[in-house]
Design a protein around this ligand. Structure first.
Ligand code: NAI
Length: 349
């Protein structure tokens, strides 16, 4: 039986290998109705090739929704390289991956993701013109733009909930102070938020405490702290049946991908009266900068588009209230409506 779910949902899935460098990768193109696919490349020590395929299919579908909701004329795709980034990554392997991307003739454009840095993407770009997220193709590291989009989303959520988007004096809990969380803390501190910071890495939390005059909290209980906003900026699945009843903030708005552990958790948040900024709507600043930035440092156009994330969220919140639906369900509906209006798929080669 030919019943693999990819046949129902994905346009094209490519297995890539290179004997010389040991490359094993999968490129998944989910949907190109809005344009050629754009999505990062993840390197991860998957336990099996089946796991890698599942991840590539899930992530590429996610990019279709994210790019659609961000208003980009780009489809959804993603790639995964199977291997331990600390041990198996070599310039030759990255270039071999780039050669595979090049064979797709622009139907898929790659960029950095978990396990793949900006410098790694520069190696990939030695073998393909369809790699972005490097200083040569645009503004480089997308994290500051992701953080800016989160700020804009937090303001939209505050405005919706309280009638004012003023950050000064609001208590905001940041869980995870990595690339995005650190930039976000900086932006919020400049607007005089009362910050609470938490990171599994104690030294990072200590540095943030000192740098931003923040209060420090334990990583595993940060979600319980009473605050105006909880901003998860670490890993996914943090909103689940255990944590949602314990939430101490009325708004959840942060950068982490896949924040809801299951579909039921969007409902759970709504039932608890928590306003949730859907993850892929609020964290699209990075992909917007990757898609639209040009080399040379002028980021005015990108900043405008990233700041518009606030308006997208406002629309989601208003429609969710009107229809009595969870915000994540409304985000999916808006993304799907734009895809359906777009019609035809991009020409295969
Ligand atoms: P990162 O790896 O630089 O930072 C993550 C931070 O979270 C680290 O400081 C880590 O110690 C900390 N952490 C890990 N587990 C934690 C826990 N249980 N509690 C508290 N802290 C914990 O990652 P980055 O780039 O800042 O991304 C953060 C999240 O945002 C990820 O989920 C990522 O997928 C998502 N994202 C990032 C974008 C970007 O532009 N970098 C774009 C869109 C989404």
């Amino acid at each position: 039986v030919f019943d693999h779910p990819a046949f129902d949902d994905h346009e094209q899935v490519v297995f890539c290998s290179d004997a010389e460098t040991g490359l094993r990768a999968i490129i998944a193109i989910h949907d190109t109705r809005l344009g050629p696919a754009l999505g990062g490349c993840r390197m991860w020590a998957y336990g099996s090739s089946g796991e890698a395929v599942t991840d590539a299919l899930r992530l590429s579908r996610g990019m279709t929704y994210k790019n659609s909701l961000a208003g980009l004329d780009l489809g959804g795709g993603k790639s995964v390289i199977i291997g331990d980034p600390g041990r198996d990554k070599t310039p030759a392997l990255l270039a071999a991956f780039g050669r595979h991307v090049e064979t797709l003739g622009g139907r898929y454009t790659t960029a950095e993701d978990v396990g793949i840095s900006t410098e790694d993407m520069e190696q990939v770009a030695t073998a393909t013109s369809h790699a972005r997220g490097t200083p040569a193709t645009g503004l480089g590291d997308p994290s500051p733009y992701t953080a800016l989009g989160i700020l804009s989303g937090i303001k939209a959520a505050l405005a919706h909930r309280t009638g004012s988007d003023e950050i000064a004096g609001r208590r905001i809990v940041l869980q995870g102070l990595g690339h995005v969380g650190w930039h976000l803390a900086d932006l919020l501190a400049k607007e005089k938020a009362r910050l609470v910071v938490a990171d599994v890495d104690a030294s990072t939390a200590e540095r943030a405490e000192a740098a931003f005059g923040a209060e420090r909290a334990e990583a595993d209980s940060a979600h319980r702290i009473e605050a105006d906003v909880f901003a998860p900026c670490a890993l996914g699945a943090g909103l689940n049946a255990r944590t949602i009843p314990e939430l101490g903030a009325g708004i959840v708005a942060g950068a982490a991908n896949n924040q809801l552990a299951t579909e039921a958790d969007g409902e759970r948040l709504m039932a608890r009266g928590v306003l949730y900024a859907p993850d892929y709507a609020i964290n699209a600043g990075g992909v917007i900068s990757i898609a639209l930035s040009k080399p040379g440092g002028d980021d005015t156009a990108v900043m405008e588009r990233v700041t518009a994330i606030g308006e997208t969220l406002r629309q989601i919140f208003v429609r969710a209230d009107a229809d009595g639906l969870p915000t994540d369900v409304v985000a999916d509906a808006i993304a799907r409506e734009r895809l359906e209006r777009a019609g035809a798929r991009a020409d295969p080669l």
